[in-house]
Ligand binder design. Structure first.
Ligand code: DX5
Ligand code: ZN
Length: 209
């Protein structure tokens, strides 16, 4: 059975939606962080985001869509965090940042944009607990799933198998009960608007598994 991570990026009432999600069997809360540089949009600063623990006891899956991950990793490592994913397209030294994540005993993730080839991940595979495959261009919620990404997920799965790695595949963006069929090889599915814009979170989460 797949694990489900839910992003609250498109939430209109974050505290309320986090409380509602806490009453579901969702596996992770996906925390999208944007710096206004790596992507045009900017999410709330850490001093506000840190209050998330007041509304949820779920483990967090942090997605850093930022130019300089090293500024954010120590902050998000303080929370109830299972994974921190940085982008393979980010500007700093990737291995240093993955080691920084590990130094806090948090699982490492590397996110890859729709147009970036899978082979870009190869140098980092030994350092990774998770690959976050973007099925939309990062920057906002509510976009359509890019169907071509299915091929990439399969290619990545084969690559991980060829190296006998148990790195998990998380697919992020535009996932709903229809597009989940393109994510067969994913271990975790991240969905935002499909869940948080509905009136029954649990029903939507169950429909994704
Ligand atoms: C896109 C984010 C995604 C997004 C998922 O920039 O990284 O995590 O919030 O939300 P939906 O499911 O609405 O695409
Ligand atoms: Zn995300």
């Amino acid at each position: 059975m797949k694990k489900i991570s839910v992003s609250f990026l498109s939430s209109k009432n974050i505290p309320m939606d986090l409380r509602k999600l806490n009453d579901t069997d969702v596996d992770f809360i996906h925390v999208d962080i944007m710096d206004g540089k790596f992507v045009p949009a900017k999410t709330m600063p850490f001093r506000e985001m840190r209050h998330i623990y007041q509304y949820t006891s779920k483990r967090l899956d942090v997605h850093l869509m930022v130019k300089e991950p090293s500024k954010f990793i120590p902050l998000y490592a303080e929370l109830n965090t299972e994974y921190i994913a940085i982008h393979v397209e980010s500007e700093e030294d990737i291995i240093k940042n993955l080691e920084l994540i590990k130094s806090f005993s948090i699982k490492t993730g590397l996110a890859i944009n729709p147009d970036t080839p899978v082979k870009e991940l190869i140098p980092y595979l030994p350092y990774l607990d998770e690959v976050l495959v973007m099925s939309v261009y990062p920057g906002k919620g509510g976009q359509e799933f890019i169907v071509e990404v299915e091929k990439k997920i399969k290619e990545l799965k084969a690559l991980l198998q060829s190296y006998h790695l148990s790195t998990v595949i998380n697919v992020d963006g535009g996932v709903n009960n229809i597009t989940k069929k393109y994510c067969e090889d994913a271990d975790i599915i991240t969905s935002g608007s499909y869940v948080v814009s509905s009136s029954d979170f649990q029903e939507k989460i169950t429909s994704l598994r």
